[in-house]
Design a protein around this ligand. Structure first.
Ligand code: F6R
Length: 596
């Protein structure tokens, strides 16, 4: 996720352009850049680092039109030459892009054969060269349309044309909104970009384009037809708008899950990157802290099930001092931030012991990427709330993609399992959306759970890590003491704690362990604990044992946990809200834990 902007209007507009970018920094902040036209010259200023850092070093020129970008790297490290905007070879056009171009390698190869020279490792740069290829100098909108016809993926773009002093914007599965001011027009990934200047908005839909210049704006569809769009007035404050109208970043990020999953799926996490023989390894280790450890534990079930290789999930702080020889080990380090000190130390240690190491991270260019032999990115976009939400769902999606691709290389996954899983993944984003669109049952049970001081979360198999993650989410933001347990383990101690004051959140989505879960729920009920049940639609057998039920869409048993955990995150959020907790910044916690 990145932030893009376009502006046409007043003289001396560089401060406005920087202010707009600053407002979008929540979408990315590892590099920034702007391009403006002054005296018919095209200026490009960009660097790694924040918008403020760039602003403090550039020379301000007089201009009244320009574009800008604040980046969250997905393809190409966060370095100056990979920062947007990008110029075409003739330096007539500048482009900023938000999204992922899936077929950029083949497009780039073709363009290079035709003589185009590239300056970055990004996927985005191909778009400006493609536009250059089709642009004769008079009809930019047509050239952009032709170029985008060849692009596969998601994008919102802004293209600045030096000769004609205009900007063309276009969107497909990435946001772009138009702001209409008095004698000035704004384009932005999100409303906060321009809300200080105007509250008049034109929402662009997917596959729509807009041309803005000092003469006004026109909106078109991708077939070239002019569209009449309604101008809407929005009533939010800037603060509301930065959270996209959500009260907290955590809620906003939960609602970004369907999009984040789609981006992870699009990124094609592929085992071929590793260039290793998977048959060389006797075991796989999955390593992380906190939420990332829970993703590792989910991965253990997944890898053993799909790959038939002994797989262990380990907590980083526990393996960082291991002394075992590991030349037979393939180790994955899962870390959203890529900066967690314990995980970095564990990666260093296991590499020293001979393991082949891979990182799964959300932050391009983070420290973990320098400590491992290979890197997979989750592409969930920046996460601001301390509690990890969308990044966890992206981690388990990436793990699934890895397992599927390694399984294919090893010949462990049958064609029918592959088809089942592919179909399951295809509907995952819409099923996630369904949970988010129908949050009432979750809100109702949250009001009940908020009354207690202790809770247990139970699950079996794939749902055991999901129980751990649900409990972690609840305790860290609502301060209710919560423990996740394998459901079969209750009878070995914790049952002693169960009573009417200790509710149990039971995750009993449908799989081969479902009958056993029904037995465990009966055990809990016999101790008078209130039961909050997360079950799957079409399988209500356990519902009558529960005091409260949240039904979630049923998918493949490997994929359903992504849906269940989204509902559990939402429940933790509403419990914390009910208890008036500082949700985005829970006490004693930090987003990135760089101490040991
Ligand atoms: C919980 C949470 C933490 C992190 C943990 C590891 O919501 O966010 O438990 O998961 O500190 O962080 P990363 O994944 O950045 O290594």
């Amino acid at each position: 996720m990145c932030g893009i902007i376009g502006y046409v209007g007043r003289n001396n507009c560089m401060p406005i352009i920087f202010d707009m970018l600053k407002r979008l920094e929540y979408r990315g902040y590892d590099s920034a850049g702007i391009s403006v036209i002054s005296d018919s010259n095209l200026y490009l200023m960009k660097d790694k680092g924040t918008v403020d850092a760039l602003r403090s070093v550039v020379e301000f020129v007089d201009c009244s039109i320009g574009i800008g970008h604040t980046r969250w790297a997905t393809c190409g490290a966060p370095l100056k030459h990979n920062a947007h905007p990008f110029l075409d070879c003739k330096k007539e056009l500048a482009l900023a892009h938000n999204g992922i171009i899936e077929n950029y390698r083949e497009l780039k190869d073709g363009l290079m054969r035709e003589g185009h020279v590239f300056s970055s490792e990004t996927d985005s740069e191909v778009i400006v060269h493609l536009i250059e290829k089709y642009y004769t100098g008079s009809n930019l909108i047509e050239a952009v349309r032709t170029a985008l016809g060849q692009v596969r993926g998601s994008y919102a773009i802004v293209v600045l044309d030096r000769r004609n002093k205009k900007i063309v914007g276009a969107r497909h599965e990435s946001p772009l909104v138009l702001g209409i001011g008095k004698n000035e027009i704004f384009l932005s990934s999100d409303i906060p970009g321009f809300l200080r200047h105007t509250n008049k908005v034109v929402y662009l839909n997917d596959n729509e384009m807009v041309e803005i210049s000092h003469g006004g704006y026109s909106v078109y569809d991708f077939s070239g037809h002019t569209l009449q769009k309604e101008v809407k007035e929005i009533q939010w404050t800037i603060e509301d708008a930065e959270k996209g109208g959500f009260e907290h970043y955590m809620l906003k990020e939960i609602y970004e899950i369907p999009r984040a999953v789609q981006d992870t799926l699009r990124s094609r996490v592929d085992a071929s990157i590793l260039e290793i023989d998977f048959n060389d390894f006797e075991r796989i280790l999955l390593i992380g802290c906190g939420t990332s450890y829970h993703a590792a534990l989910y991965g253990k079930y997944l890898f053993e099930n799909l790959l038939k290789v002994p797989t262990h999930a380990e907590i980083s702080s526990e393996v960082r001092n291991s002394t075992l020889a590991m030349s037979d080990t393939l180790a994955f380090f899962i870390t959203q931030s890529g900066e967690t000190a314990d995980t970095l130390a564990a990666a260093r240690n296991l590499r020293r012991l001979g393991a082949t190491t891979c990182a799964i991270t959300n932050v391009v260019g983070s420290s973990i990427t320098r400590e491992t032999d290979a890197v997979f990115y989750t592409h969930a976009g920046p996460e601001i709330s301390v509690a990890a939400t969308k990044t966890f769902v992206s981690q388990i999606t990436a793990l699934y993609m890895l397992a599927a691709s390694v399984g294919e290389v090893r010949g462990e996954i049958s064609a029918s399992v592959k088809t089942d899983l592919r179909n399951a993944l295809r509907v995952l984003p819409s099923e996630l959306q369904k949970v988010l669109d129908n949050a009432e049952p979750v809100k109702n049970v949250s009001r009940e759970l908020a009354k207690y001081e202790n809770a247990f979360y139970i699950g079996r198999g794939y749902n055991y890590p999901i129980a751990l993650e649900g409990a972690l989410k609840l305790k860290e933001i609502s301060y209710i003491h919560a423990e996740g347990y394998p459901a079969g383990e209750l009878k070995h101690g914790p049952l002693a704690l169960l009573c009417e004051k200790v509710p149990v959140v039971a995750i009993a989505t449908y799989d081969e362990l479902y009958p056993k879960m029904i037995g465990n729920i009966a055990e809990v009920k016999a101790r008078n604990s209130p039961v909050i049940l997360f079950s799957t639609e079409n399988h209500p057998e356990a519902n009558e044992l529960a005091d409260f039920v949240v039904e979630i869409p049923e998918n493949h048993q490997i994929i359903t946990p992504a849906i269940t955990v989204t509902a559990l995150q939402l429940m933790a959020y509403y419990v914390a809200k009910e208890r008036n907790c500082p949700i985005d910044k829970p006490r004693n916690l930090a987003k990135s834990v760089t101490v040991e």
